[in-house]
Each structure stands twice: as structure tokens, then as C-alpha cells.
Design a protein around this ligand. Structure first.
Ligand code: PEP
Ligand code: MN
Length: 360
């Protein structure tokens, strides 16, 4: 996937003056529900109407989707409102049915992206299609798996590609349903700048109150669009009730978002940006220098421990450092999560240094 320029064309062809919007219910429930929501979204900025037809649920026994019947409802949506349609496919049979019903955009869900077998099966079934295919990130924070999914589709000659960032599962307690781990999406964007990148704040947050903020962050990070679950009666939705918004709320979210331009040629903007970037460069250099110094001290401690035959890991001391640094960080506007992560990484590097000395 060297020349990725062609990946961008489907989005450019839409000639949007706002981010791409994919909206609609988590699941298609009934024909009335699907059409009701679609008609309410018809005159908004929504470009693609989404609805899950086959629902991958973590545990069996929940509503698992209406199946192929729902594809007919999506066809009706297109006929009655003119909106293009989108759904999730998770095997070759889904692909066959979705193509037969002329669904315009297909996405591969987070639980499918984790499995190269499934992605390959879908890629083979889609080979050469000109439909838009979006790959959600895998459930676990693994960039390689996400890239692998895209590469399998690209190799199957599917060129209208894009990705959806829907957050990653974690055992750590978090305010999100799926941790955004923005750095993974940024890394993907750096590797494939021409690959359209859509954010799904619904599955990241699991909570409709947080959708606006996460959407704004995504746009600030130059995401190309948003996929937002929308239902006329969110609280009574058959799946993902807490995270769905009403069509009216969706319109308000879109109106309130600040849409940033990628660059602004105004000279003073450039000058100020360059100045701030220079300050960042200086701060980064200082960071590296001070971390290097810290490791040198750590090496000395390693040598001392070797002399006295003391274990590398001293948990009590470590917990004290961590507690102090969290407090210190807070007073400087750094989140506890960030301080913890940073110090865990520093600590690990320190242990590696000391181990090397003890074994040396
Ligand atoms: C969905 O979009 O409805 C869905 C099931 O999402 P995910 O694959 O991100 O869990
Ligand atoms: Mn959902």
C-alpha cells in the first residue's frame, strides 16, 4: 500500500463542506423504526444512513439483529429519502446479501477485525467492489491488526477504503466504554494520511452525554468524519440504549462542533504556530535530556544494589514516588492517567537498565 492517494477519492468525490456523517440506529429493529429515524435525518447533514442488521453481541441471548429482512428496509430508506445506506458485514453471506440489496457502504466491526480469517473471508467476498468499505479498529489496542485488515482489503482490489476509530477495550477502570487511545489513530493517520478516518464516538463513550466532546476531539485531530448512533427513542432502543442520541440532538451536535481547517495560510497564524512548535521542540529536547540523566542515576543505583545483592524492584519506594508524582502532576494540570502511564514506562526502563547491570 505505497501510493495511498487513490484511497482518498471517494471522500473527495462527495465534495462535502463539513465532516462526513454516518448516522442511524445501532440496530434496525422494525421497518417503522428505521423509516421514522431516516425521515427525521433526511434534511440534515447525514451522508450515510447506518443500521446494524446482524448484531455481534458479546454475550448470546440479547437481540442479535433482524437479519436480511432489514436490508429491504434500508432499500426503502434510500428510495424514500435519497440517503445512501450503510451496514456491518461479518461474513461472506452478509456481503453477498448486502451487495444484492445495493447497500452503499459496508463496515467491518471491531469483533471481526480481530480475526484475520474473517477479514480475509470478507475481502474475498468483496473482491473488486467499488462500494465503500470501512474497517473498524480491532477490540484490542493493536495497530498491526488494524493495518492488516486494511491491507487484506486493499490486496483484494478494494480501493474505496477507510477506517473507523471506535476505541479499545481495557481492564482498567475508565470513563469510556472503549478507551479512545488516540495515539493509535494518530499513528494510523501518520502512516496513511490519505485513508479517510472516521470517529465513532458512540462506541467510544457508551454514553450520549459524552458524544459531543469526543466528536470535537476527533475533529481537532483532523478526523474526516463521524459515525453517531441515532434513534427516535434512544432509551427504548433494543441495543446500545445509553449511547444513542435523537435526530434532533444529532443536528445540535453537528451545529455546535467547531470544524477546523487543516491549515490556514494567514501569515500571523503561521508565525505563531512556528513559534509554538519551536517551544515544543525545546521542551522535547529537555525531556529527553532529563530522562537520560535519570537513567544514569538509575544505573548507579543498579551498581550499588549489585554490590549489596539487593533486589531491583522495591515496591514501597516505587509507590511513594508514584503517589507524589500524581499529586505533583495534578498541580500542573496533568491527569492521573497520564502520570501513571508515563511513570510506569519510566520505571520499566529503569528496571531494564538495572537488570542489565545486575546481570552484567
Ligand atoms: C456498531 O457499530 O453497531 C457496532 C457493533 O460496533 P463495534 O463493531 O464498534 O462494536
Ligand atoms: Mn451499537
Amino acid at each position: 500500500m505505497k501510493n495511498t492517494k487513490e484511497l482518498r477519492t471517494w471522500l473527495d468525490d462527495l465534495q462535502l463542506d463539513h465532516p462526513l456523517v454516518v448516522a442511524g440506529p445501532c440496530s434496525a429493529e422494525t421497518e417503522e423504526q428505521v423509516l421514522n429515524i431516516a425521515h427525521q435525518l433526511k434534511d440534515s447533514d447525514v451522508n450515510y444512513f447506518r443500521a446494524g442488521i446482524w448484531k455481534p453481541r458479546t454475550r448470546p441471548g440479547n437481540f442479535e439483529g433482524v437479519g436480511a429482512l432489514g436490508l429491504k428496509w434500508l432499500q426503502k430508506v434510500k428510495a424514500e429519502t435519497g440517503m445512501k445506506t450503510a451496514t456491518e458485514v461479518a461474513n461472506a453471506n452478509h456481503v453477498k446479501l448486502a451487495l444484492e440489496h445495493d447497500i452503499d457502504l459496508l463496515w467491518i466491526g471491531a469483533r471481526s477485525t480481530v480475526s484475520p480469517f474473517i477479514v480475509q473471508e470478507i475481502a474475498d467476498a468483496l473482491a473488486g467492489t467499488d462500494k465503500i468499505v470501512l474497517v473498524k479498529n480491532p477490540v484490542n489496542p493493536d495497530l498491526a491488526l488494524w493495518l492488516g485488515g486494511i491491507e487484506r482489503l486493499y490486496t483484494a482490489n478494494i480501493k474505496n477504503l477507510g477506517v473507523i476509530h471506535r476505541g479499545f477495550s481495557t481492564y482498567d477502570k475508565s470513563k469510556y466504554r472503549n478507551n479512545p487511545e488516540w495515539q493509535i489513530a494518530i499513528e494510523l493517520q501518520n502512516r496513511f494520511p490519505d485513508l479517510p478516518l472516521i470517529c465513532d464516538p458512540s462506541h467510544i463513550t457508551g454514553n450520549r452525554e459524552m458524544i459531543f466532546d469526543v466528536s470535537q476531539t476527533a475533529l481537532d485531530l483532523n478526523f474526516d468524519g463521524l459515525m453517531i448512533e441515532t434513534h427516535f427513542d434512544p432509551d427504548n432502543a433494543w441495543s446500545d440504549a445509553a449511547q444513542q442520541v435523537t435526530p434532533k440532538a444529532l443536528v445540535k451536535i453537528m451545529d455546535d462542533l467547531r470544524i477546523r481547517k487543516v491549515t490556514d495560510t494567514e501569515a500571523d497564524y503561521r508565525a505563531e504556530l512556528n513559534n509554538l512548535r519551536a517551544q515544543i521542540n525545546v521542551a522535547d529536547d529537555q525531556l529527553i535530556e532529563i530522562l537520560g540523566k535519570r537513567m544514569q542515576v538509575s544505573d548507579k543505583i543498579g551498581a550499588l544494589k549489585k554490590q549489596k545483592n539487593v533486589a531491583v524492584l522495591q515496591s514501597k519506594r516505587w509507590n511513594e514516588i508514584l503517589g507524589n508524582m500524581i499529586l505533583e502532576g495534578k498541580s500542573r494540570g496533568l491527569s492521573e492517567e497520564f502520570v501513571l502511564r508515563m511513570f510506569k514506562a519510566i520505571h520499566q526502563e529503569s528496571i531494564n537498565h538495572q537488570e542489565k547491570i545486575l546481570k552484567g
